[in-house]
Design a protein around this ligand. Structure first.
Ligand code: ADP
Length: 398
């Protein structure tokens, strides 16, 4: 029987899963439980032959979603092939610099980071506890979004605020999307057949959340997200960088509370806020092409700020061996890549329009001309990275 890893990414009302073959990286079965706790809670499973099955688990929580998933795996004779479970955990604070086998101490340390990611870590813990209960014979491994960025030097991770806020409250930049940035940098080095230790890369993960990272010899040396995932680039609904006085300004000029401002910046800003139309780049590109000026300006702000931040990330690298576009927008949007590279001539990028059209389909995903600083499209695969780390931790622990 082949050896599989169950990868779980648990949110407060959702649970994403994937069964990953630990040798080949194939993902025969994956799925999503949504609206957990709600009367309309459902589990959707994408089967190995590409079909979609839906299970109604009305009112069901994470436990019930997992039971439904595990019953399905049992029915498909896959349950016994699960050798370990890999959990995506958003915030590992300064405790975790790498993925780790979960034990009571690890659970406590994750819990101690709850205040740093109040929307995510408690949900990740629910997923871990539920699956430990139901799959109690196999090891469970935590893979942190923040761990990759723990190599950032103090000059990159400290905010210029009183130092005791760092010491007492953990106020510093942590960075996120680490699993994706790590995966695409490794995948590119492999494609180029060069040691990662010889490359200075910038990766731009552009999905609903967006962040970019400077990666020197395989290590994150700076990134755009900070204490929370709100800092940095313009995102689907998050503003990214704004004047830090904006909270105060809005609270005093309008009747908004600090919580309302926080919701505004996280859920109603970014592409959605600027366009007044959508957080979805496809919708905005379509609307802009039909003459919608708000959609066009939202795209312009997104691309301009992204280009500026990429240029800033070249500073800790000295020189750039490659820029990677990944995530739903980075992998699929020909025009966003074009707009960004056209504003990065300062770093020596010269787009190859026909390669850009083909991106991902050409052998290396290269989208720039000969002689240009190279830019590539690399498809991310966080599930595979989590599965790989899980396998490595389990093997090392044996
Ligand atoms: P998540 O961060 O939720 O994993 P994804 O990585 O799937 O999100 O990225 C979602 C974003 O990718 C959306 O803004 C979506 O519009 C965008 N996207 C996907 N396909 C395209 C495309 N062909 N052109 C432009 N944007 C796209």
């Amino acid at each position: 029987m082949s050896s599989n890893i169950l990868v779980i990414n648990c949110g407060s009302s959702s649970l994403k899963f994937s069964v990953v073959n630990s040798q080949s990286g194939e993902q025969p079965i994956s799925g999503l439980a949504e609206r957990l706790g709600d009367a309309e809670a459902i589990v959707t499973i994408k089967t190995s032959n590409g079909n979609k099955l839906t299970f109604d688990i009305s009112g069901g929580e994470h436990d019930q979603a997992l039971e439904t998933i595990l019953n399905y795996l049992q029915q498909e004779n896959l349950l016994d092939s699960i050798q370990a479970v890999g959990h995506r955990v958003v915030h590992g604070g300064e405790h975790f610099t790498a993925s780790t086998i979960i034990n009571e101490d690890v659970l406590n340390a994750i819990e101690s980071c709850n205040h740093l990611a109040p929307l995510h870590n408690p949900a990740n813990l629910i997923g871990i506890r539920s699956s430990q209960k139901l799959l109690n014979k196999v090891p469970h491994v935590a893979v942190f979004d923040t761990a990759f960025h723990q190599t950032m030097p103090a000059q990159a991770y400290l905010y210029p605020v009183p130092y005791e806020l760092y010491q007492k409250e953990g106020v510093r930049r942590y960075g996120f999307h680490g699993t994706s940035h790590r995966y695409v940098s490794m995948a590119l080095a492999e494609k180029l057949e060069k040691p990662l230790s010889s490359l200075n890369l910038i990766s731009a993960h552009l999905g609903n959340g967006c962040s970019a990272t400077a990666i020197k010899a395989g290590q994150s040396v700076d990134t755009t997200m900070g204490l929370t995932p709100l800092e940095g680039l313009v995102m689907g609904t998050r503003s990214g960088d704004v004047d830090p006085s904006l909270h105060h300004f809005l609270c005093t000029q309008t009747q908004m509370t600090i919580d309302e401002v926080n919701t505004l910046l996280n859920k109603k800003s970014g592409l959605l806020g600027l366009s007044g139309l959508s957080n979805d780049m496809r919708t905005l590109e379509q609307a802009a092409s039909e003459g919608n000026q708000q959609a066009e300006i939202a795209i312009q702000v997104f691309c301009y700020r992204l280009a500026k931040q990429i240029a800033a990330l070249a500073v800790p690298l000295g020189h750039v061996d490659g820029l990677i576009f990944t995530g739903g927008i980075g992998e699929n949007s020909v025009s966003i890549r074009q707009r960004v590279l056209e504003q990065l001539t300062v770093l020596g990028f010269q787009l190859d329009p026909s390669q850009n059209e083909l991106a991902g389909k050409s052998q290396l995903g290269l989208i720039t001309q000969a002689g240009s600083t190279p830019a590539y499209v690399v498809n991310t695969d966080e599930e595979w990275m989590i599965a790989k780390d899980t396998q490595t931790c389990v093997t090392a622990g044996e």
